[in-house]
Design a protein around this ligand. Structure first.
Ligand SMILES: Nc1ncnc2c1ncn2[C@@H]1O[C@H](COP(=O)(O)OP(=O)(O)OP(=O)(O)O)[C@@H](O)[C@H]1O
Length: 257
């Protein structure tokens, strides 16, 4: 598969503080890559330089070989890069359905554009039954896990070329977490291209084709999800096999695939 996204020697930070010190990463079309690493390693920062919320210092971010660095977040969205942020991002007072349709606000507002948004929303409601069942409920009345599913559906409404998922399972109870990873697995099976950041390394790597370990603003290790799950260094540091600095709890509900 051709390369969709490439980061070459990317540096970035906040103010004078550099957080990424030269990140190299490639993501093939149709691939799910899970980025793991300790708190503060810069995982969310990597997503921000791809979505354009943060400017690249040195280095380059390329989509299908074209540099993105000068493009605004909106221009990147129009090229199909959609980020699902870590924090809740639905409009709580609006209905589930209106939140879903908000995903299409970028598509043209012509009658045919609106028809297309409705067609996509109806198709998504078949895939996410929650959207139809809770259509008229206010988004704020849903559980955290349900809200995450609506956020994922809203991102899919744009039929994104690349989805950036920032710790989608964080703060969810085990069943909702499993549902998130099931959804990621289903999107992977559909051939979606996803850059996933996960604290829950075991479930994240199990759902991904490939993994990368980010430490102190650099990619230290890459491999298939299965390779990284079997790597003793990863196990020691991130899978709760003892002595881990980050006290990751092994997830008894994770699915090994
Ligand atoms: N808006 C910000 N302003 C200043 N510093 C920030 C900002 N966001 C993140 N940082 C700092 O950048 C570093 C990397 O943060 P980042 O959120 O990318 O890490 P992370 O690997 O995603 O970690 P976590 O798992 O804690 O989210 C941290 O030291 C953090 O304090």
């Amino acid at each position: 598969m051709p390369v969709l996204l490439e980061l070459r020697g990317v540096t970035a930070g906040y103010g004078a503080g550099e957080v990424l010190h030269g990140v190299d990463l490639t993501l093939d079309q149709g691939e799910v890559l899970c980025l793991i690493g300790p708190n503060g390693a810069g995982k969310s920062t990597v997503l921000r330089v791809v979505s354009g919320l943060l400017r690249t210092g040195r280095g380059r971010v390329l989509l299908r070989g074209e540099p993105l660095d000068r493009l605004s977040p909106r221009e990147r969205l129009l090229r199909g890069i959609v980020q699902v942020p870590q924090e809740r991002s639905l409009f709580p007072a609006m209905t589930v359905w209106d939140n879903l349709l908000m995903g299409g606000y970028l598509l043209d507002g012509t009658r045919s554009g609106r028809r297309e948004v409705r067609r996509r929303a109806d198709a998504l409601a078949e895939r996410f039954p929650l959207l139809a069942e809770r259509r008229r409920a206010s988004a704020g009345s849903l559980s955290g896990g349900e809200q995450k599913q609506v956020e994922l559906a809203r991102a899919l409404l744009l039929e994104p070329a690349l989805m950036l998922l920032d710790e989608p399972s964080i703060g969810l109870e085990p069943r909702a977490r499993r549902a998130v990873f099931d959804t990621v697995g289903a999107l992977a099976a559909d051939g979606r291209t996803i850059l996933l950041v996960e604290q829950n390394a075991r479930s994240g790597l199990a759902a991904a084709d490939r993994g990368a370990v980010l430490e102190s603003g650099r990619v230290r290790l890459t491999g298939s999800g299965a390779e990284l799950l079997a790597d003793p260094r990863v196990a020691r540091l991130y899978l709760g096999a003892g002595g881990e600095p980050q006290a990751q709890q092994p997830d008894p509900h994770s699915r090994e695939r």
